[in-house]
Write a protein that binds this ligand. Structure first.
Ligand SMILES: Cc1ncc(COP(=O)(O)O)c(C=O)c1O
Length: 158
């Protein structure tokens, strides 16, 4: 079975995908399973901001997974503290929130805005304004903020 058939047979169809199977990448070029080269202007939707398989980034990731691949949020790690400090210094924000996805980041933004408004002005200012044709993620709150009919009127659970 080819990759696309295998994937579609086993994964819930919550995303529309192009019929392309990406296999490897280096700097600004990624290649599909047939060796055809592409420049991904979407940058993995902003995730691959250093390009594909940046050497320093790959080294740092390998070093960390060989040292401590995960610890729950019950504990602290020096690497997270250093990363947070660097982000705060670089962005000028007082604090950061580590999320696992764009949807979780948007959930945090919605909750933060509502809490700020409640604390400052009290009840009744909980409406979140979003744009037509926007996309904000696939959690319940971010789906209802997504301004596309497909997220609210189809029979798809997503
Ligand atoms: C603008 C925008 N917001 C939110 C999201 C949701 O991100 P995630 O899929 O990581 O939850 C995406 C992802 O495509 C996005 O493009």
């Amino acid at each position: 079975m080819d990759t696309i058939s295998k994937f579609d047979s086993n994964v819930i169809g919550s995303y529309g995908r192009y019929p392309l199977v990406m296999e490897a990448g280096s700097e600004r070029i990624c290649k599909d399973e047939n060796g055809r080269e592409y420049i991904d202007f979407g940058s993995g939707i902003g995730t691959n901001s250093l390009g594909f398989c940046d050497k320093d980034w790959a080294e740092a990731v390998c070093r960390q997974v060989r040292t401590l691949q995960h610890s729950s949020n019950y504990y602290y790690t020096a690497v997270q503290a250093e990363f947070a400090e660097t982000l705060c210094k670089t962005t000028g924000y007082k604090k950061v929130f580590f999320g696992n996805s764009g949807a979780e980041a948007n959930e945090c933004a919605i909750k933060s805005a509502r809490k700020y408004s409640f604390d400052k002005y009290g009840k009744g200012r909980h409406t979140i304004i979003t744009l037509v044709n926007s996309f904000h993620g696939r959690t319940m709150a971010t789906l209802s903020a997504t301004g596309q009919d497909v997220s609210t009127t189809t029979s798809s659970p997503f």
